[in-house]
Write a protein that binds this ligand. Structure first.
Ligand SMILES: NC(=O)c1ccc[n+]([C@@H]2O[C@H](COP(=O)([O-])OP(=O)(O)OC[C@H]3O[C@@H](n4cnc5c(N)ncnc54)[C@H](O)[C@@H]3O)[C@@H](O)[C@H]2O)c1
Length: 378
């Protein structure tokens, strides 16, 4: 298969869809990988690394898209990329189609086979291609939290771990999933007092087993949340209710009880945030105050550490990209129901129910199309 690796052109996106090691794995398996010049620059991979791994460097994005049977990317295509997509081409990337009518229409009209990282499932029903970015964002939440608790950054002037004779900072993490657990690991490692709040008692039991007496756990309720945040120096929002906007668990009124100069890092901002006063911010302007509480609500936190994020993401995506290249699309999805769940658009139809519902489109299960599709390329 001819695999194309274009440079990401979305604003401030420095990740790349394949590392040189990924290119080596694909070329070793007999595939051709066409890499757009400087595609890996933002993640620290020079062109010659890709070349030594067997990739061919092409000068323009147009050339890469024109010859590739499968495009491997990170972010959803943006407007200048639409005209490059063509019928039957495999597009393997984050798509986030539900709120994006324009891109959905382009993929359907152009009959692109859109496989979305975010809807691929594993055997336990987890989302294996979302997990790495939640791991990065969770760990970063404490790193940026420590920074913004410093006086010069606008915070209370508190050291997370305290020192002998001075208590450590109090960190309250709302949501004990992937983001929350990774935040807790770093916060505990830095010596903070950590409380994790979740509404899933089994998850709280697991967390209690993982962290033993190093954290406190609380069953989620408005009362307990209010109580916990009234003593918090750092609040991390890490809630997810799959398929829905995040519930607003901390209201504007409740913020009045947070110590003045306290800090919120609402990682769940990409689902609307779990704090009523959250609105998305960017790396260039990441924070704002409400009720004297500093808010950090950057919607793409992993973008700040593109090298780590590219390695973490491609560790998870490469096995699927390799499967698609080795077996071809139809055989690959037939062999892996989790990969099949990633198919959002195929042959001009919307094949992912939640996207169809969100956009009032007809939903066609992929299985209904497969028989008719055996004549199609890849
Ligand atoms: N800002 C970013 O850059 C960035 C990066 C990665 C992930 N995220 C977002 O972070 C959020 C968390 O992701 P995750 O991978 O940790 O999800 P997850 O599913 O692993 O964890 C979510 C947790 O929230 C808990 N929860 C649900 N409702 C709750 C409630 N009412 N009270 C308390 N806990 C509740 C669940 O039980 C679960 O343990 C998601 O919105 C995700 O999209 C943001």
């Amino acid at each position: 298969m001819i695999v194309g690796l274009p440079k990401e052109i979305k604003d401030n996106e420095y990740r790349v869809g394949l590392t040189p090691a990924g290119v080596r794995a694909l070329t070793d398996a007999g595939h051709q990988v066409s890499v757009e010049r400087s595609a890996g620059e933002g993640s620290g991979f020079e062109d010659d690394l890709y070349q030594r791994a067997g990739g061919q460097i092409l000068d323009s994005a147009d050339d890469v898209w024109a010859e590739a049977e499968m495009i491997v990317k990170v972010k959803e295509p943006v407007a200048p990329e639409y005209d490059r997509m063509r019928e039957g081409q495999l597009l393997f990337t984050y798509l986030h189609l539900a709120p994006d009518r324009e891109l959905t229409r382009e993929l359907l009209e152009r009959k692109v086979t859109g496989i979305a990282y975010e809807t691929i499932t594993d055997r336990r029903g987890g989302l294996p291609l979302l997990t790495p970015m939640s791991e990065v964002a969770g760990r970063m939440a404490i790193q940026v939290g420590a920074h913004y608790l410093e006086k010069m950054s606008g915070g209370r002037g508190i050291l997370l771990g305290g020192v002998p004779g001075v208590p450590a900072a109090r960190v309250v993490i709302i949501g004990g999933g992937v983001v929350g657990t990774n935040a807790a690991k770093i916060a505990v490692g830095m010596g903070a007092h950590v409380t994790i709040i979740d509404n899933n008692l089994d998850r709280l039991r697991e967390l209690d087993d993982i962290f033993l007496s190093k954290i406190s756990t609380l069953a989620s309720s408005a009362y307990k949340i209010q109580d916990a945040i009234s003593e918090a120096d750092l609040i991390v929002g890490a809630v997810l209710f799959p398929g829905a906007a995040a519930p607003k668990l901390v209201t504007r009124e409740m913020l009045k009880g947070v110590p003045n100069g306290g800090l919120i890092v609402d990682v769940a901002v990409d689902q609307g945030g779990c704090i009523e006063t959250t609105h998305p911010t960017t790396h260039s302007n990441p924070t704002y105050y409400v009720e004297g509480v500093l808010h950090y609500c950057v919607a793409n936190m992993p973008g700040a550490v593109p090298r780590t994020s590219t390695f973490a993401l491609t560790n998870a995506t490469l096995p699927y990209a390799t499967k698609l290249a080795n077996k071809g699309f139809l055989n690959a999805i037939a062999a892996d129901p989790g990969l099949k769940a990633g198919v959002n658009t195929f042959a001009g139809r919307c094949t992912y129910e939640a996207v169809a519902v969100a956009q009032d489109l007809a939903y066609t299960p992929i299985d209904e199309l497969i028989d008719r599709a055996s004549a199609l390329p890849v």
